[in-house]
Design a protein around this ligand. Structure first.
Ligand code: FES
Ligand code: ZN
Length: 311
């Protein structure tokens, strides 16, 4: 029988990248240490600071919500209802039910109500950009706006080591040096209207977070977003999983090696200047922010529809 590397009781899991086996109790200890160390090392937040947490309904954000709440942090969940059929209905329900059963504050931002359109409706009107990239821009914008008007200074997400290595691989393959400069578990606020962004799960793998969710019986949506099926990051994850299978620790070394040895090489390029969008006043590098550009196009297309119907 495989024994726990720490206490010698029967093990329930083996973590190849750490070359260790754990019983349930010791796994939890390992898990807590990873998260606490991440929070401390990158000075992400402290217990008296309200943390806004992006809750998608997936295992990572739900587990992070559970963990932070249980550890005594002041967390407010924010969930975007994107209007993507059954997927959005289920993920919203999971977030709402969880908030209710633990009496946790949760802010729902339903796109159809807030901006008048769901993601599929926007994607139908703007075809030259992928739905995922439109969705990302819109969520980022609404998030910054909510955080600013409600005085949140820090925003946390459930991104894990698999997400970070996949992003890193994509950024390296395309030599996206600007993105490489901003790939960090903790990003300072670039503007008073934007919170700093932190990823307390950056050192944990998907597998480890799934184990935590299972032990704690945390509900989550297992289906991926139906619009993200073609996302390149899924191919990168697959490639990295293959490498990890033959050489456990590959992802860890790739990402931690980047943070320790390479990330600073990309940080020194000229600072970006953020000014107020001429339409909405939110920070942007251009005259008009990307959200306002999207909405302008959506409205133009709406007019197109009206004209073609009345002609
Ligand atoms: Fe945004 Fe799928 S979650 S497009
Ligand atoms: Zn704007």
């Amino acid at each position: 029988m495989v024994k726990c590397s720490r206490c010698k009781k029967p093990a329930f899991t083996k973590l190849a990248r750490h070359n260790a086996s754990f019983c349930e109790e010791c796994f939890e200890l390992f898990f807590s240490r990873q998260v606490n160390e991440a929070i401390k090392k990158y000075r992400m937040f402290h217990k008296t600071e309200p943390v806004l947490l992006g809750v998608s309904g997936g295992k990572d954000s739900m587990s992070l919500w559970h963990y932070l709440h249980r550890s005594g942090y002041q967390v407010v969940g924010i969930h975007f209802d994107l209007g993507i059929g059954e997927y959005s209905y289920l993920s919203r329900k999971i977030a709402e039910d969880f908030a209710q059963s633990y009496a946790l504050p949760l802010q729902i931002i339903a796109l159809s109500e807030t901006i008048g359109y769901s993601i599929p409706q926007i994607a139908q009107r703007i075809r030259h950009r992928s739905p995922c990239s439109l969705c990302g821009s819109i969520k980022r914008y609404l998030l910054n706006q909510f955080a600013f008007s409600n005085h949140f200074t820090v925003y946390a997400t459930g991104h894990n080591l698999d997400d970070e290595t996949a992003t890193l691989l994509g950024n390296v393959l395309h030599w996206q040096t600007d993105y490489l400069a901003h790939q960090n578990p903790s990003l300072p606020s670039p503007h008073p209207k934007m919170p700093r962004k932190v990823k307390p799960f950056y050192s944990l793998t998907e597998e480890e977070i799934s184990l935590y969710a299972r032990i704690k019986e945390i509900p989550f949506i297992t289906e991926p977003c139906p619009l993200s099926k073609k996302a390149k990051s899924l191919n990168y994850k697959e490639a990295l999983n293959l490498l990890e299978k033959y050489s456990p620790g590959t992802k860890h070394n790739f990402f931690f090696g980047f943070l320790e040895k390479a990330s600073q090489l990309f940080s020194s390029h000229g600072e970006v200047v953020l000014k107020g969008c001429e339409i909405c006043g939110m920070p942007t590098t251009q005259k008009t922010c990307s959200f306002c550009k999207i909405m302008q196009k959506v409205h133009e297309r709406k007019d197109d529809h009206v004209h073609s119907r009345t002609e």
